[in-house]
Design a protein around this ligand. Structure first.
Ligand SMILES: [Zn+2]
Ligand SMILES: [Zn+2]
Length: 408
């Protein structure tokens, strides 16, 4: 069964138009040709698509859906490309985090102004393979492809697209990067961080809170002896309070003293966020982090290609390539390791897990448990303690018959 269609001309254009129906709905669109034979061929192709839909072989996409792009060149508020629509959706859901937006930006770059209907399983596979080859971690790729998938889902829910491509999810097993800071290492890194990041790092190391959450703290969140964490900033959507005691109180006092910023020309401005750089919120500091970690001996820069060591001139002997410093790959301790370290150390110091989870803002036990992973030394210590406990028990057992002997 195939629908009917007609070719017709419209005033003001030499391009011929066509009209056809699917389930009673009329579609009108330019054929792109002024030649009648070519226009007829265009219409025949459309009717074939309509026929495929009618027998249930393939849903009809239609001219409106075909025009939808994955992304536009200049993001705009009323733009209806997949990425702009998703960005607005993320904002409404309170999920427009720095990370999500930066990943979405990457999706925009990588898929460009590609038509949404052209994004196939093949196309996404090619994309994934290319990024893996470029040395991207499976987790980073997944964050981007997940956003792409969300963008498609949203378009389908809004009946703008009929289908989404299947997008592969890479295994992230073995990607749980476990790094913990010993106290001395932490202090060394802080020494090498620029001024505006030192208290920021201390705060993270003490509380185990997420980087984004700390960066968004404003003075309205700070009560006299309390820190009120607004629900919309916390990833898990629960508001909570944190008492400002000891080290934490000292950090906040120092920040209070550093609230006023003298800008060029002698203008004084008041920083809104607790942690700031020249009065502005702290956004990204990958470069400062790399430098500090390398200087503190908890990180190193390696060849981006073979991940091998480079010499002082950033030359990889194996690849015979001299790199620019910024192009080298960083391996080592991450800022996020402060969170893992805080959680683990709190628990080790005898803090009940439920309390530690409140401080760090962990809602689910699984993530928390993952951070609280025992190190080799922990496990050795545990085995040793267990053995000692058993030996102590064994002594009691051997001592027992003596006592009972007297009874019998
Ligand atoms: Zn757009
Ligand atoms: Zn190399």
């Amino acid at each position: 069964m195939r629908g009917d269609g007609t070719i017709y001309s419209r005033e003001g254009t030499t391009i011929l138009w066509c009209k056809y129906y699917l389930r009673g709905k009329a579609f009108r669109e330019p054929t792109g040709h002024s030649d009648r034979e070519k226009a007829k061929k265009f219409l025949r192709d459309r009717l074939r698509e309509v026929g495929a839909d009618l027998i249930g072989a393939r849903p009809f996409v239609g001219p409106a859906a075909e025009r939808i792009k994955v992304s536009c060149y200049v993001p705009a508020e009323e733009c209806d490309c997949l990425c702009c629509a998703l960005e607005r959706d993320l904002e409404l859901r309170g999920k427009a985090s720095v990370q999500n937006l930066s990943n979405l930006k990457r999706v925009r770059q990588d898929f460009g102004a590609m038509a949404a209907v052209a994004v196939s399983e093949d196309a996404t596979d090619t994309y994934i393979a290319r990024r893996l080859k470029d040395g991207a971690a499976p987790a980073s790729i997944n964050r981007c492809t997940q956003l792409l998938g969300q963008a498609f889902k949203l378009a389908i829910r809004r009946r703008r697209l009929q289908m989404a491509p299947y997008i592969r999810h890479l295994s992230e097993k073995g990607n749980v990067r476990q790094g913990f800071f010993a106290y001395a290492e932490f202090k060394r890194v802080v020494e090498h961080l620029p001024d505006h990041l030192r208290d920021f790092a201390r705060f993270a190391y003490i509380t185990g809170m997420r980087r984004g959450e700390i960066a968004s703290l404003t003075w309205t969140d700070v009560d006299d002896g309390d820190l009120r964490l607004r629900a919309e900033d916390a990833k898990n959507g629960e508001s909570r309070g944190l008492p400002l005691e000891e080290e934490l109180a000292e950090v906040i006092e120092r920040r209070r003293a550093a609230r006023l910023v003298k800008k060029a020309g002698g203008v004084i401005m008041t920083a809104q966020t607790v942690f700031h750089r020249d009065g502005l919120p702290i956004l990204e500091f990958r470069k400062s982090w790399k430098t500090a970690a390398c200087m503190a001996g908890v990180g190193t820069l390696v060849c981006r290609k073979c991940k091998g060591a480079v010499d002082a001139d950033y030359k990889c002997a194996k690849c015979k390539k001299t790199w620019k410093r910024d192009d080298l790959k960083y391996v080592g301790r991450l800022f996020h390791d402060f969170r893992r370290s805080a959680v683990r150390d709190m628990v080790r110091a005898g803090t009940p897990e439920s309390v530690a989870m409140k401080i760090s803002g962990h809602k689910t036990q699984s993530m928390f448990t993952r951070y609280n992973i025992a190190s080799d030394a922990d496990m050795r210590q545990a085995l040793k303690a267990t053995r000692e406990y058993r030996e102590a028990q064994a002594e009691k057992v051997t001592a027992m018959p003596k006592r009972s002997a007297g009874v019998n």
